[in-house]
Design a protein around this ligand. Structure first.
Ligand SMILES: [Zn+2]
Ligand SMILES: [Zn+2]
Length: 110
């Protein structure tokens, strides 16, 4: 097994991989930190739990948007949407409402 110098600037420790063990770990941590909230397990659980709670309370109800009054969709069509949109700085773990995909995209393109 040939050793190469660690790719991390200023390190150069010989390693069989592209980075030494220490910098490999550091890189992994940086990647985790840079990962958007929506891709984490905690976020997926939050969304799944919110959808279950919404279905239990309202059924498969889409709240609609400015030009579409609330209407009933199927549980499969229902997605959870943030009350305060993430694009405008909303909390990913903040409150959610049920909204179907067509309403979600029409609302978003305005
Ligand atoms: Zn290194
Ligand atoms: Zn809808």
């Amino acid at each position: 097994m040939s050793l190469r110098p660690c790719l991390e600037p200023g390190c150069g420790r010989p390693t069989p991989r592209s980075r030494c063990a220490e910098h490999e770990r550091q890189r992994q941590r940086d990647r985790d930190a840079a990962r958007p909230e929506r891709r984490t397990t905690a976020y997926r659980r939050h969304m799944a739990a919110a959808k279950l709670a919404w279905l239990a309370e309202h059924g498969p109800l889409c709240v609609g948007w400015a030009e579409q009054p609330p209407h009933v969709v199927t549980a499969r069509e229902l997605t959870m949407d943030h009350v305060a949109s993430l694009a405008s700085g909303g909390d990913p773990f903040g409150p959610l409402v049920g909204r179907c995909a067509p309403c979600n995209s029409r609302k978003g393109t305005r």
